[in-house]
Design a protein around this ligand. Structure first.
Ligand SMILES: [Zn+2]
Ligand SMILES: [Zn+2]
Length: 173
């Protein structure tokens, strides 16, 4: 899944790769699972030892709903803009050039950029704070725990119809 930087001879290079879900499996370490093919489309610009990767990642993730806990499919398309420097330079003080706004800086080693790692990190950053299977997901019943987006239950709603409350008063005690 590596991008071999030695293969990039010109100053501009176009890269398009597709990775199957198995290659990006996280073994439960992330809050998401990749379920379909992931494509990464990059324009690579080389400036001496610096590589700028601008492009897009498209993936289909599976997340757990924050309300009903069901797993649901979440297609993602995200734009990336990364600046890669050789790892040896990371200890230098002269980091002036890096501080361009909106550009993430990373380091590469042995003339390789691990695209799998890049994809996983970028996907992690794009996850919603509280994923919902749908905006109006009713979540779980607070009484019996039934998933109210797929089933109904007999628990009474804490909200009581005032007309029923009125009828109750007519009943003999
Ligand atoms: Zn839900
Ligand atoms: Zn219930």
């Amino acid at each position: 899944m590596n991008l071999d930087l030695q293969e990039i001879d010109g100053t501009r290079h176009q890269v398009r790769r597709t990775f199957s879900a198995g290659l990006l499996r996280s073994d439960g370490q992330d809050d998401y699972e990749v379920t379909g093919d992931t494509t990464i489309d990059l324009a690579v610009r080389k400036d001496e030892a610096t590589f700028r990767l601008v492009g897009r990642i498209e993936a289909v993730l599976e997340l757990g709903c924050g309300r009903c806990l069901e797993r649901f499919s979440w297609p993602v398309g995200l734009d990336i803009d990364m600046l890669y420097l050789p790892e040896s330079e990371s200890s230098d003080e002269g980091d002036v050039r890096i501080e361009e706004a909106d550009v993430n800086t990373a380091y590469y080693r042995d003339e390789q950029i691990d695209l799998g790692q890049l994809i996983r990190e970028q996907l992690q950053l794009t996850l919603p704070m509280k994923p919902l299977c749908r905006e109006e997901c009713p979540g779980l019943c607070t009484f019996c725990g039934a998933n109210r987006s797929t089933t109904t239950c007999d628990c009474s709603d804490p909200w009581e119809d005032p007309r029923l409350a009125g009828l109750k008063n007519l009943l003999p005690r």
